[in-house]
Design a binder for this molecule. Structure first.
Ligand SMILES: Cc1ncc(COP(=O)(O)O)c(C=O)c1O
Length: 447
């Protein structure tokens, strides 16, 4: 007799690190969380949302449909506005992104989950950046999908390594199990790296090359969650504190065009192989939790059907709210405001890091998003069980240990000497204080 009747999936699913991190951030009032990927509280669009919801609910004609169930694929106005929004971001002409391929979801997280359900069986392989978005790794683990890491350069995935990984999988007869590569292409979570358009083209060319041996298309899942959180003209720079205390500043080659990189949807002939996922959570409000995707057939239909079983449609009221924000231009105005806000908060964090972190910590600074990536000397552990993590917690400051962002990759040991530090939700004061506390811990323990 078994102890319980849980499914294999339930048994595989451990407590996602994200739940623990968010719980700590919300339940320990003295804790300064530089961990959670929460957005800035002070700039959440409370007034705009009140005004727009008032308009929607001011008359039965607009209020009733908003409070009713909707269509599984999403409200048609929002699908059109989303297609237009993407065209604008991609600097494309009107026909480039068809609303017929746009699916509206309960956050992009739901879309990522359903896409994997539609693509993968247990034992299949998905390639990921090394490191990557740790919640995506949790989904893979839960669904019994194997993650294989590909090295990350400062302008995106290392194409040479990707080719090697694919060739190795081919040689070992596992290419048939490879279904997709997952890239967080703008201001990546956790490193802040932005993938250049040239790299996206290179990735797609490699996938094409190996497709025949795989016996099926291999998809590029482009997760663009942070695309709009760019600090406009702020270049991506790579700063490194030298041992004499001075800063070495290297501008990445893609810096000037960082915020203008086009999505993989714009690679000629790529439509069939690209799954693009985006979100209104980060640029507007995570509490409204509306995401979207552009999917090729037959995936669009498959995911739509799966969504039919999940929830047969994202909350209509929230979709109407986003549609109205986009239509009225209030969305764009809000995004411009938060870009300024994050630029300022990133500046504060950068200054605090320069002041308080020991000199041999390498800092990766992005031109957008919510994160700095700090690399300690290789022999220093930052993991959940490490003395650094536990001492930091004792001093009421929390970061994301780098190790949870790495796949269980058999060909290498998991690096555990890095940390993701977020300036998203903490106030400027808490950013300064949190980095000061963390810096003091590091100065004491990094030898
Ligand atoms: C890289 C990445 N993708 C997707 C998501 C999911 O966002 P949402 O479900 O709110 O759209 C997040 C959230 O932090 C993220 O960091």
């Amino acid at each position: 007799m078994k102890k319980n009747a849980l499914s294999a999936l339930a048994r595989r699913t451990t407590l996602p690190a994200i739940s623990w991190l968010m719980h700590s951030a919300l339940t320990r009032p003295k804790l300064i969380s530089l961990a959670a990927g929460f957005t800035d509280n002070a700039t959440l669009p409370v007034e705009i949302s009140r005004q727009l919801l008032n308009e929607i609910l001011s008359a039965p004609k607009t209020g009733q449909p908003a409070l009713q169930y909707g269509i599984t694929a999403g409200e048609s106005n929002l699908r059109q506005l989303t297609a237009r929004h993407l065209q604008k971001l991609d600097g494309a002409d009107d026909r480039a992104h068809s609303p017929d391929r746009v699916l509206i979801t309960g956050g992009s997280q739901q879309l990522l989950y359903m896409t994997l359900e539609a693509l993968c069986d247990e034992g299949d392989v998905v390639l990921v950046e090394d490191p990557t978005y740790f919640v995506f790794l949790s989904i893979l683990q839960s669904q019994g999908i194997r993650a294989r890491g590909v090295r990350l350069d400062r302008d995106g995935i290392d194409l040479g390594h990707l080719e090697k990984v694919l060739a190795r999988l081919k040689k070992s007869g596992q290419l048939r199990r490879v279904k997709a590569i997952y890239l967080v292409t703008y201001f990546q979570n956790p490193t802040g790296v932005t993938t250049s358009f040239a790299k996206k083209r290179g990735v797609l060319a490699l996938l094409k090359k190996f497709e025949r041996a795989a016996g099926h298309p291999i998809y590029l899942i482009e997760d663009a969650a942070y695309r709009e959180l760019r600090f406009a003209h702020v270049a991506a720079v790579y700063d490194r504190r030298l041992s004499d205390g001075t800063m070495e500043v290297r501008r990445s080659q893609t810096a000037a065009t960082n915020c203008l990189e086009k999505s993989a949807l714009m690679v000629p002939g790529a439509g069939r192989n690209v799954i693009y996922t985006g979100t209104y959570s980060k640029p507007y409000a995570p509490g409204a939790r509306v995401g979207f995707g552009v999917l090729p057939e037959p995936l669009f239909t498959a995911v739509q059907r799966i969504k039919g079983n999940h929830d047969f449609g994202t909350a209509n009221l929230l979709q109407q709210l986003l549609a109205r924000a986009l239509e009225t231009g209030l969305y764009d105005r809000h995004v411009a405001k938060i870009q300024r806000r994050y630029r300022q908060k990133a500046r504060v964090m950068k200054q605090a890091l320069a002041e308080h972190f020991p000199p041999d910590v390498e800092i990766w600074e992005a031109g957008g998003g919510l994160y700095f990536w700090a690399r300690l000397p290789q022999n220093v552990s930052t993991g959940i069980q490490s003395i650094i993590f536990r001492t930091a917690l004792k001093h009421n400051v929390l970061y994301v240990p780098g190790e949870i962002c790495y796949a269980d990759e058999p060909s290498r040991a998991k690096p555990d000497h890095e940390m993701r530090i977020s300036f998203g939700s903490a106030s400027e004061r808490d950013i300064r204080e949190g980095i000061k506390r963390l810096g003091a811990v590091l100065k004491k323990l990094v030898k």
